[in-house]
Design a protein around this ligand. Sequence first.
Ligand SMILES: *[C@@H]1O[C@H](CO)[C@@H](O)[C@H](O)[C@H]1NC(C)=O
Length: 281
Amino acid sequence: MSDIKYIIAGEDGENTRFPCLAMVRYAMAAAVSLLAVGVIVLVIHAVFRSEDVHLSVNNGYIGADRLWDRTPVLSPDEQLGNIGATNNIKASAVVVHSKAPADVSETQLKHESTIDDDVGSSSIEPLPKECFLGCNSGDGETTQYTLQKASTTNLCVILIASNPSGRTKIDCGDTTVSLIDMSSPYKPIGEPLKLENFTVPPQTTITMQKRLKITDTTYIWNNYAGELRFSVRLQVSSTVTSYPLGKTHIKQQKYTCQPVTVGLVDVEDIFATDRVDCRPS
Ligand SMILES: *[C@@H]1O[C@H](CO)[C@@H](O)[C@H](O)[C@H]1NC(C)=O
């Protein structure tokens, strides 16, 4: 700033001797001033900027207590027939069983099928099986199961919310989480999950766990009968409020988290990944 004073006072002929130098000094002074103003604007902007919460999905995994039901077939050597020609069961749920008791077929709809270690040999190549559906148990016996649509299932959704900034707490209200199938037909899995309002204090990470109860498992049954897992995209929507310097900022935010695995709790160790970050969308 002493530069500026010198130039203003400099009517002693220096200007005439070095007019260009004076111009350069003015230009420099102007540039420095602009820079200072720019920095101040940036700082003010940063200080008052609203804060965004960082969301991620724990282990990239949503554990399901079941995706479908299975019951062991009591007499494995009874003859196999095929009543499945007209039903819409996936080709991965292979062998269809003819001797399902009538009352079971009533309650479990028309999808009666039996699975044995033949799973995977069908024309549609399913996900790896890891013997969950029953393998040769060593003595040559093969356990067979009848697959049924689950009457209900619970998905355990665990979200991690963090607020790395030290400037303000962040309130998240009216948060909903939707699970969308990442494969055709790309439909929602269950109803959107509503979270209670939550607050993330500065420089804090919180973990929230909420159960998504699905009472109509038709979609899972139609698309993933016999599968241990499938991939979904999470769409999170939330009213995010932050308070930089006591000023209240409210933002309607949407986040997308993918790919997230929905799978049986029993195989989480196999398919869990690192946490999957959610990106503002
Ligand atoms: C939850 O948050 C929303 C939006 O921020 C707000 O309108 C609502 O009153 C809050 N509900 C409760 C119970 O605090």
